[in-house]
Every structure is written in C-alpha cells, then in structure tokens.
Design a protein around this ligand. Structure first.
Ligand SMILES: [Fe+2]
Length: 207
C-alpha cells in the first residue's frame, strides 16, 4: 500500500511526543532528501521523490518505541503492520546503511534472528540510488541541524566513541555521497552547502 506525503506527515505527528526532537530530525532529513531527489530528477535520473520523502519522514518512527540499536527494525515492523512496507524501507536502509548481511551478522549488537528478519525484508529489492540518498540525507542531519556528513560522523564518535561500526557508517556515507555526486555530475556537498546550519525547532536529541 502506498503512503502519501500527507499521510506520512500525519503518521509522524501522531507518533511524535511533544518533548522530543526526533520528529524534527525526520522532517529535516526529508528536506535534505527532497533537495537531492529533485536535483537527481533535473539530472535525468528517474527517482520516486515522493517515496523518498515519505521514507525520510518516517525513517526514525521506531524511536516512538525505542531509542536503542533496534529502532530501525522496530520502525519497519510498525510500518509493515500498517501495510506501508515501501515507505518503511527507509527504517531499514538508514539503519543498515548498505552493509552486507554477512557484515551485519558478524558485527551487529543484536540477535542473529533480527539480522535475518531485517535482510529478508530488505533484500528482495536491490539497494538502489534512492536508498543511498536516504542514508546520505540521514547522515547530513545532526540532531535537527543540517551539517556536512564529516561533522555528523565526528559528532557520533564524540558521543559514542569511535568503533568499527561507526567507522563503517562513515565510510558508507562517503561512498553514497560519491555515488550521488557521480549521478548529479557535481558534488552533493556543494548542493547542500546552502542548507548547512539550517535547524528545525526542537531540542537536541541524540539521533
Ligand atoms: Fe535519522
């Protein structure tokens, strides 16, 4: 079932506690994803920008239930239960960041059954440019402020300590950026520069 943009915004608002900033983070990620998506369309790359923005709006909806490492899986399960599997794909892609099944099985701090379920849900659709855009957009929003991804990853190292998991996330973010830049024909960071420092209303949440 397809989730419209308006319905995604309502779903987000419905699950958004007034005291938390993660819904604002989601809206900022949607803003970045929309800018990149429109630029890719202008560069003649066919992309479902509405689906991309919808995924961005709900990518962290699992945080309504947990801020733990399984928030991506939790969000996908919430979306799938409502019949919105395609919109919920972003809950998986921003969380797994394009890591392989074997890589996650070897390194993830959760059970092998969750890894199996997550990849069984993800893999029938091959990783695509839209997934890279969503993941990159998420890496471009630190709390509720749009920043260069290097800054976002530095912030994550500062908060959680450097780890192979986070270093791999940074590496994949760079790869996705290169993929998007190649598709655009110019640097995606240049495209986003006018947005750097743009902040949504909200408190600083660890997202
Ligand atoms: Fe996020």
């Amino acid at each position: 079932m397809q989730l419209s943009l308006a319905a995604a915004e309502l779903l987000l608002a419905e699950h958004a506690p007034p005291h938390e900033a993660w819904p604002h983070h989601c809206r900022q990620v949607a803003k970045v994803a929309g800018v990149i998506g429109q630029a890719l369309l202008a560069a003649k790359h066919p992309l479902d920008v509405d689906l991309l923005i919808t995924q961005a709006l709900v990518h962290d909806i699992g945080r309504a239930k947990t801020h733990g490492p399984l928030h991506g899986w939790t969000g996908f399960v919430m979306m799938r239960a409502r019949g919105y599997e395609a919109a919920g794909r972003g809950c998986l892609t921003h969380w797994l960041k394009g890591r392989s099944r074997a890589e996650v099985a070897a390194a993830a701090p959760w059970s092998s059954s969750v890894t199996k379920s997550a990849f069984d849900a993800l893999e029938p659709v091959p990783w695509q440019l839209l997934d890279s855009v969503l993941s990159y957009a998420d890496s471009s929003v630190q709390h509720t402020t749009i920043v260069p991804i290097a800054q976002r990853h530095f912030d994550l190292y500062t908060r959680y300590g450097e780890s192979s998991w986070l270093r791999r996330a940074a590496e994949l973010g760079e790869l996705h950026g290169a993929e998007i830049s190649a598709a655009l024909g110019f640097s995606v960071e240049t495209l986003l520069t006018p947005l750097f420092g743009n902040s949504a209303d909200g408190h600083s949440l660890r997202t």
